[in-house]
Design a protein around this ligand. Structure first.
Ligand SMILES: Nc1nc2c(ncn2[C@@H]2O[C@H](COP(=O)(O)OP(=O)(O)OP(=O)(O)O)[C@@H](O)[C@H]2O)c(=O)[nH]1
Ligand SMILES: [Zn+2]
Length: 205
């Protein structure tokens, strides 16, 4: 059953929209048949519904409000040094092939009177990643959301990801990684950006 939506949408994440699942399942039944399979085969009988639920989960970001997520835990604090959350696992879906791309996000901001609860940063990443995306837009959306909501002195976002559409099909390059980055404010300054890059490159023992 669907629960009522919160301001930020959290409550919805593990809930399935029954109407949507039913309709998606019918479409997947046709797709599986078109692919040449027998939809009545034992192992496939529940597959349309399973796929529908998986797809709803993989795109649940549409039900979330990333700005509200951040606003849920902003605290007045006079800390004016760089805050970095690195190695945030990320799973998204490429909007061209609807195949996964996945990797890590590294995010930093320099507070300007407010800090944000640390868990909210990966939550913002997920809210934008769990949609049909391109890596560049995902990077910019995370940056813009933090900049506009928290109003820090600057935001830096780096995403490193592997795209299944380049590995399982198409050009079939198994080892290529795509890196995208976006910077605002203080991070447009060379020395600040270099400090950030050095800190995300440092491996914890
Ligand atoms: N810039 C960008 N491109 C992406 C991303 N994900 C997938 N793509 C690319 O989207 C492009 C779509 O190109 P098309 O030529 O229309 O599609 P295609 O014939 O399936 O392309 P190939 O993958 O080269 O076989 C491909 O080059 C993909 O590699 C992304 O996050 N960012
Ligand atoms: Zn793709």
């Amino acid at each position: 059953m669907m629960k009522e939506n919160n301001m930020d949408g959290y409550e919805k994440v593990e809930q399935y929209n029954e109407k949507k699942i039913e309709s998606l399942s019918k479409h997947y039944e046709n797709i599986i048949t078109e692919l040449g399979e027998d939809i009545n085969r034992e192992g496939l009988q529940k597959t349309p519904e399973r796929v529908a639920k998986a797809m709803q989960y993989l795109t649940h970001g549409y039900d979330l409000d990333p700005a509200e997520i951040l606003k849920g835990a902003m605290f007045a604090e006079n800390h004016d040094h760089m805050v970095i959350v690195k190695d945030i696992e990320l799973y998204s879906m490429c909007e061209h092939h609807m195949l996964p791309f996945f990797g890590k996000a590294h995010i930093a901001y320099i507070p300007n009177g407010h800090i944000v609860g640390l868990s909210k940063i990966p939550r913002v990443v997920d809210a934008f990643a769990r949609r049909l995306q391109v890596q560049e837009r995902l990077t910019d959306q995370i940056m813009n959301c933090i900049q506009e909501t928290l109003n820090p002195k600057g935001v830096a976002v780096v995403i490193e990801a592997k795209h299944m559409c380049m590995q399982m099909r198409g050009i079939q390059k198994q080892n290529s990684t795509t890196t995208t980055s976006s910077f605002t404010g203080a991070f447009e300054k060379d020395s600040t950006r270099k400090e950030f890059i050095a800190l995300i490159s440092h491996k914890m023992s």
